[in-house]
Design a protein around this ligand. Structure first.
Ligand code: ADP
Ligand code: ZN
Ligand code: ZN
Length: 762
């Protein structure tokens, strides 16, 4: 506490500090009077913790004096300024509380960039051994000279022709990097300097990280004129700039959603507001980044996992200081310290990757809405297949629904042919997975010199091996899943823990050979196609080939027309835009329907719609062939008619009947241990805590389970789980808090976690 004039008063002051340990509590320290002025929320401090010293964050002042007698003082104050902007810090405190997760871990997850910097600070304080080094390589940076126009018209005074040309460019673009003027005049540096002396422009040197997203040259562009639907959406969003508002932009694939984001962000930038763009997987979206660069230049922080610690820190600093006001990244970019945040975009908002599935299990899409709300930013959730949760928010008026019903380039959505595999047992040549209609479509496509994409959500050659002697399926010794055969790599591999056996291994149960190959993976499909269509250039895109070649490289070959048929897992369904693709085939549409997850139909519908959207994006019309054993399932049927609303109606009715989200809220409690017995005992103990709780006894919260998880064993650990379900969020939270409190008392040797609004049901 301090006196009104700011000088310390004699009453001792205490603060609560978030320490990076997995405990759901804050720790109290005394503030030495001499440091009082420097200690406030968000500042890092070094604190004695047991025998160690740790860097923690000051969260708040303790309003009532602590009851315990021995409170240790802070060891030192590490920052002059709070590390996080105040808005971001209080948002993180809120999020930790919402997800019932230790704040110290949340802060570390939010700013991995700071971890190494904290080390440096501790070392400066003498806490670390001398010689302990800072992780991270030297960052490769490029200096970029930005030129800003200060004039708004061509001046009355006469200019030389070079200056005239440069100024004209500047007036039309307002700001651009010096490099872009090289095509305009021979010596742009000198011309700009002359204009600067006349007060017609200013320059500013920026240091930007040199990274692969910025490697290619980009031509700046203005973008197309928005069509009527886009214009309506843009106007609605612009009207809320600076005040805040949540939008659901439902636009079919290729309808120009990205163009809407670009226009909104352009205007935000004009008003000095920053923007944050979240995408499912940044590695799969080099095209998106290129479009942002083409519009806004290289003044963009692209946050991706290949950044070195130091690059990450540099990007973080640039955003924190407001030197860069646009950040693009996957889930964790939600925590980017964008200055004067005015816009948050969540592209492909239905994508499950927005949910973090370990440690701090947050849902970036939900948190984006919340962060936007707290900063009065405009938040746009965009998708061709919005999640039912978001759809429900739009129907109840919590989000404004905006629709882009047609493709921006005037192509129509491709017609979809549903092939019932019950009736089309075996296609030509006895290949059960290539039906006659799909074969015919591929033949026509190849003959016309067009391209095809075939989607199969299983990598490897065959997903299951069966012992011919004892009929056992070959399972991973550490996980309750079968081993997948990868022929090219010559191994049988567990897709969960990477356990491997040689491809000619004997049965783990009875020791005999041989094993029969069951089922179909992308590798087998690729081989079968090469055999069936000898002249065609067949390639494969899945996690196995992406690791070797890179997704970008494969898609680039596809765009250059060097591949005729591309086979792949869901990597091929994401936003790629390849104009030459006219045929899309789905080998087994109901594959993902079999998942033990109440969202399986929704996922399937989204996946099918996304993959169908890859067809016919260029000049020539597309065609989709969808093979399935369940042609009447709403997920299949509605995807084939491109009818999102019909799917929502059917699926929402099913959810309501079963009491699943969005008609209820869930919390998953997961338990695992090295021995089945330990895991089961803790699961039962935690369930007991639930059963004793008043909110469960009065039936406002339901307990589902405990039961073994669908994958009972993973990496050698036995897994149990139960769900809490309630209509009222506060009732659910009260019970979840009681479970968390019991977990904090200790569950060793088991581990247990609380997952609010769970996505994965495995
Ligand atoms: P989405 O994000 O909905 O898939 P995009 O924004 O990528 O759609 O647009 C699809 C294609 O249509 C892109 O090539 C884009 O440049 C083009 N496009 C978008 N809006 C327009 C428009 N108003 N006029 C012409 N072309 C457009
Ligand atoms: Zn056997
Ligand atoms: Zn395994």
């Amino acid at each position: 506490m301090s006196a009104p004039d700011g000088s310390p008063v004699s009453a001792p002051r205490y603060v609560e500090v978030a320490v990076p340990v997995p405990l759901r509590k804050l720790f109290t320290y005394a503030v030495p009077a001499a440091w009082s002025a420097r200690v406030h929320a968000g500042v890092r401090v070094a604190v004695p913790f047991g025998k160690r010293k740790l860097a923690g964050f000051v969260v708040r002042d303790l309003t009532t004096p602590p009851t315990t007698a021995r409170i240790k003082p802070l060891a030192s104050v590490l920052d002059e300024q709070p590390v996080f902007p105040a808005e971001l810090f209080s948002f993180l405190v809120w999020a930790a509380d919402y997800y019932i997760h230790p704040l110290g871990e949340v802060l570390r997850a939010a700013a991995p960039a700071l971890a190494s910097q904290a080390l440096a600070a501790l070392r400066d304080e003498g806490f670390l051994e001398a010689g302990e080094t800072l992780p991270g390589r030297r960052i490769a940076t490029r200096r970029v000279l930005m030129v800003h126009a200060t004039a708004s018209d061509l001046p009355a005074q006469r200019l030389g022709s070079s200056q005239q040309r440069v100024l004209a460019r500047l007036l039309e673009r307002r700001e651009l990097p010096l490099d872009e003027l090289r095509s305009e005049v021979k010596n742009p540096r000198a011309v700009v300097r002359a204009l600067e002396q006349k007060g017609l422009c200013t320059t500013q040197e920026l240091e930007v990280p040199a990274d692969r997203f910025f490697a290619a040259e980009i031509t700046r562009e203005q973008g197309p004129t928005p069509n009527a639907e886009q214009a309506i959406a843009i106007a609605a969003m612009l009207a809320r700039l600076g005040q805040g508002g949540g939008f659901l932009l439902h636009g079919i694939t290729g309808s120009g959603k990205t163009e809407v984001y670009l226009r909104l962000i352009a205007e935000a930038r004009n008003q000095g507001l920053g923007a944050l763009v979240l995408v499912p997987e940044i590695a799969l979206t080099p095209q998106l980044v290129s479009r942002f660069r083409a519009r806004f230049g290289d003044d963009i922080a692209v946050l991706h996992s290949d950044l070195t610690d130091r690059e990450r820190y540099e990007s973080w600093r640039a955003l924190r200081d407001g030197r860069v006001q646009l950040a693009i990244g996957a889930r964790s970019a939600l925590f980017a310290p964008v200055d004067k945040l005015g816009v948050i975009i969540v592209d492909e908002e239905h994508d499950a990757s927005f949910k973090q599935e370990e440690g701090f299990r947050y849902q970036a899409r939900d948190m984006a809405l919340l962060r936007a709300h707290r900063t009065q930013a405009v938040c746009v959730l965009g998708s061709a297949t919005p999640s039912l949760e978001s759809y429900q928010l739009a129907t109840t008026g919590k989000l404004t629904l905006l629709t882009l019903p047609v493709r921006a380039t005037q192509q129509r959505l491709p017609p979809v042919e549903v092939v019932d595999l019950q009736r089309h047992r075996s296609g030509p040549g006895g290949m059960s997975f290539l039906s006659a209609p799909l074969t015919a479509a591929l033949q026509r496509c190849l003959a016309a010199g067009e391209q095809a994409i075939l989607f199969l959500n299983r990598r490897g050659f065959s997903p299951t091996m069966r012992c011919e002697a004892c009929s056992e399926l070959l399972e991973c010794p550490a996980c309750s899943v079968t081993l997948t055969q990868h022929k090219r790599a010559g191994v049988l591999r567990c897709h969960y823990c990477d356990f491997m056996l040689p491809v000619d291994a004997a049965c783990l149960k009875c020791g005999s050979k041989p094993l029969t190959e069951l089922g179909l993976g992308t590798e087998r499909l690729e081989a079968a196609l090469a055999e069936r269509f000898p002249g065609a250039r067949v390639a494969r895109l899945d996690r196995d080939t992406a690791a070797a070649d890179g997704v970008g490289a494969v898609m680039e070959r596809m765009r250059r027309g060097e591949i005729d048929i591309l086979v792949g897992t869901q990597m091929v369904t994401k936003g790629h835009d390849v104009p030459g693709v006219t045929v899309v085939g789905v080998i087994l549409a109901d594959q993902s329907l079999a998942f033990p997850d109440f969202r399986a139909p929704e996922r399937t519908f989204q996946l099918l719609t996304q993959v169908a959207g890859r067809a016919g994006r260029g000049e020539r019309p597309g065609q989709v062939v969808l093979q399935t054993y369940q042609p009447a399932h709403p997920a299949v049927l509605c995807a084939s008619t491109h009818d999102y609303h019909a799917f929502c109606r059917a699926e929402l009715a099913a959810r309501q009947e079963l009491g699943y989200p969005p008609y209820s809220r869930l919390c998953a409690v997961r338990i695992d241990a090295g021995a089945d017995e330990q895991a089961r005992r803790i699961a039962q103990e935690l369930a007991q805590v639930v059963k004793r709780h008043a909110r469960v006894r009065d039936a406002s919260v339901a307990l589902l389970g405990p039961a073994p998880a669908p994958i009972e064993r993973l990496r050698g650990r036995y897994r149990y789980r139960f769900l809490l379900r309630a209509e009222d969020r506060r009732a659910l939270r009260a019970v979840a808090l009681a479970v968390a409190a019991r977990i904090d008392e200790g569950v060793a040797p088991a581990r247990a976690s609380v997952d609010m609004d769970p996505v994965s049901m495995l």
